[in-house]
Design a protein around this ligand. Structure first.
Ligand SMILES: Cc1cc2nc3c(=O)[nH]c(=O)nc-3n(C[C@H](O)[C@H](O)[C@H](O)COP(=O)(O)OP(=O)(O)OC[C@H]3O[C@@H](n4cnc5c(N)ncnc54)[C@H](O)[C@@H]3O)c2cc1C
Length: 393
C-alpha cells in the first residue's frame, strides 16, 4: 500500500484543508457530550452540516447527482484525516448520512431519493435508526415489531430501544416483521418513518453522564405509506445489512471524542511518567496508528465494490479497545479528576464502554471473525431454520 498522496490527492487535501481552515471558526468545536452543553453541540453540528452542504463537502463518496462530491475512498480517508486535524464538530446525522442515505441510494426508489437525500445532506432533517428491540440486539433478525398491510399503508406496532437521537430526529429507518410464517431473516421489511406520525412516542433514557442520547420508541398503530417502504416486501434484512456495513465506515470517521495528541500533551504536562503510564500511552498510540490503516482498508475495499466484513469487524474492535485504553491512560495520568471533572476526559471515560456495544458488540465482532477469517464452524442457531412464529421467545 502506497500511503503517500499522489499529486491529485495532494490537491484534494489542500482544497479540504483550505475549506476547513476558512470555515471552522464559524462553529464552536470544544463542546462536550455532557455538562449541559448538548443543545449547543446539536445546534453547532447542524450549522456545520449546512455549511458542508452549501460548499459541496457534505458527502465525499456520494454520487454528484445525489448531492455528493463523487469522490473515491481515498478522498474519504483524506477528508476524515483533515476533519480530525481541524476538530470539526461530531456529526449529529450519522444515521442519515452514514446509513439511511447509502441505503436509499442502493435500494430506494427514484422518488425516495429525490424526496429525502438533499434534506439529509443539508442537515434539515436528522434521522435515527429503529432497529434494536429489548429482545433483538445482537440477534437483530429476532425483530418482533409488526408491520401489517392496510390499503396503501402499513400499520406498525412494536417497541424499539437504544434509538440514538430519536428525541430530536425528524425521520427514522425502521426494520419490521411483515411475515412471521417464514424464517426470521426472510420475513422483514425496511421502512422510512415520519417521527411526527400519530402513534410514535419517544421516551428518553438517561445515561451515565446525565445526558439523554438513547430512547425507547413505542410504535402504536403507526401508519406508514407504502411509498415509504424501501425495496421489496421481505427484503428488509438485505437493506439492513447495507446500512450496517456503512455504519462501520460512518463510525470510523465520525467518533471525534479522542485525539492522540491530547493524551500526549497531557502526558508531557504531567511529566515523571511511571512505567505503567508509559506502557498505556504506547499501547494507545499503537492502536491509533493501526486504526488509521484499518479504516483505510475498510474504505478501500468498499470503494472497490467489495464487502469489508472482516476489516470492519477488526476496525470496530480496535476502535473500542483504543478508546477504553485511552480512558484508562487519562485516569492514570489525572487520577479521579479524569472522571469527576466535566470535560473531554470525562466524556471519553463515559462514552468508551458504549462503543464496545453499539454497532455490534465486541463478542459479536469476534464471532464474525472466527467464522469468516478463521473458518471456524458457524455458531449453532436452530432458530434460523424455523418459521419466526414458531421460535420460542
Ligand atoms: C452507543 C450506542 C448507540 C446505539 N444506537 C442505536 C441506535 O441508534 N439504533 C438501534 O437500533 N440500536 C442502537 N444501539 C443498540 C445496539 O445495536 C445494541 O445494544 C447491540 O446490538 C447489542 O444488543 P443488546 O444491547 O440487546 O445486547 P444483547 O444482544 O442482549 O447482548 C448482551 C450480551 O451478550 C453478548 N452476546 C449476545 N449474543 C452473543 C453471541 N451470539 N455470542 C457471544 N456473545 C453474545 C453480547 O456481546 C453482550 O455482551 C446502540 C447501542 C449503543 C451502546
Amino acid at each position: 500500500m502506497d500511503l503517500a498522496d499522489s499529486p491529485e490527492e495532494a490537491a484534494f487535501r489542500s482544497d479540504a484543508k483550505a475549506f476547513l481552515d476558512d470555515h471552522i471558526h464559524l462553529v464552536p468545536t470544544e463542546l462536550g457530550d455532557s455538562g449541559g452543553e448538548w443543545d449547543q453541540a446539536l445546534a453547532a453540528s447542524k450549522k456545520w452540516q449546512r455549511l458542508l452542504y452549501e460548499n459541496g463537502w457534505a458527502a465525499i463518496t456520494w454520487p454528484t447527482e445525489h448531492g455528493g462530491r463523487g469522490c473515491g475512498p481515498v478522498e474519504q480517508i483524506i477528508w476524515n484525516e483533515e476533519c480530525a486535524r481541524a476538530r470539526t464538530p461530531s456529526s449529529v446525522n450519522i444515521v442519515g448520512i452514514g446509513m439511511a442515505g447509502p441505503a436509499l441510494i442502493a435500494h430506494g426508489s427514484a422518488e425516495q431519493r429525490e424526496r429525502y437525500l438533499s434534506r439529509i445532506l443539508s442537515g434539515e432533517e436528522i434521522w435515527c435508526q429503529l432497529f434494536s428491540e429489548p429482545a433483538a440486539g445482537s440477534d437483530l433478525a429476532a425483530v418482533a415489531t409488526r408491520a401489517e398491510r392496510d390499503g396503501d399503508d402499513w400499520v406498525v406496532h412494536g417497541r424499539k430501544v437504544w434509538s440514538s437521537g430519536a428525541h430530536y430526529s425528524r425521520r427514522a429507518i425502521l426494520l419490521a416483521r411483515t411475515d412471521s410464517t417464514v424464517a426470521k431473516h426472510k420475513g422483514m421489511t425496511f421502512f422510512v418513518v415520519d417521527m411526527d406520525s400519530p402513534g410514535v412516542s419517544t421516551r428518553p433514557l438517561r445515561q451515565l453522564n446525565g445526558e439523554v442520547h438513547f430512547n425507547e420508541v413505542l410504535l402504536d398503530g403507526v401508519r406508514i405509506p407504502d411509498t415509504d417502504r424501501v425495496d421489496a416486501v421481505g427484503e428488509g434484512w438485505r437493506v439492513a445489512m447495507t446500512t450496517i456495513l456503512h455504519e462501520r465506515m460512518a463510525l470510523g470517521g465520525s467518533i471525534n471524542v479522542f485525539h492522540m495528541e491530547d493524551l500526549l500533551a497531557l502526558a508531557r504536562q504531567r511529566g515523571n511518567l511511571s512505567a505503567h503510564e508509559r506502557d498505556l500511552i504506547v499501547r494507545v498510540f499503537t492502536l491509533d496508528r493501526c486504526l488509521g490503516y484499518l479504516n483505510a482498508r475498510v474504505i478501500t475495499k468498499l470503494g472497490a465494490g467489495k464487502v469489508p466484513t472482516a476489516e470492519g469487524s477488526i476496525a470496530k474492535l480496535a476502535m473500542a479497545r483504543q478508546l477504553t485504553l485511552a480512558a484508562e491512560a487519562a485516569f492514570a495520568l489525572l487520577g479521579p479528576r479524569a472522571v469527576t471533572e466535566p470535560g473531554p476526559w470525562q466524556d471519553l471515560f463515559l462514552i468508551a464502554p458504549g462503543v464496545r456495544i453499539g454497532g455490534g458488540t465486541d463478542e459479536i465482532q469476534r464471532n464474525m471473525l472466527a467464522e469468516r477469517v478463521l473458518g471456524l464452524p458457524r455458531e449453532a442457531d436452530e432458530s434460523r431454520k424455523l418459521p419466526f412464529r414458531e421460535i420460542r421467545r
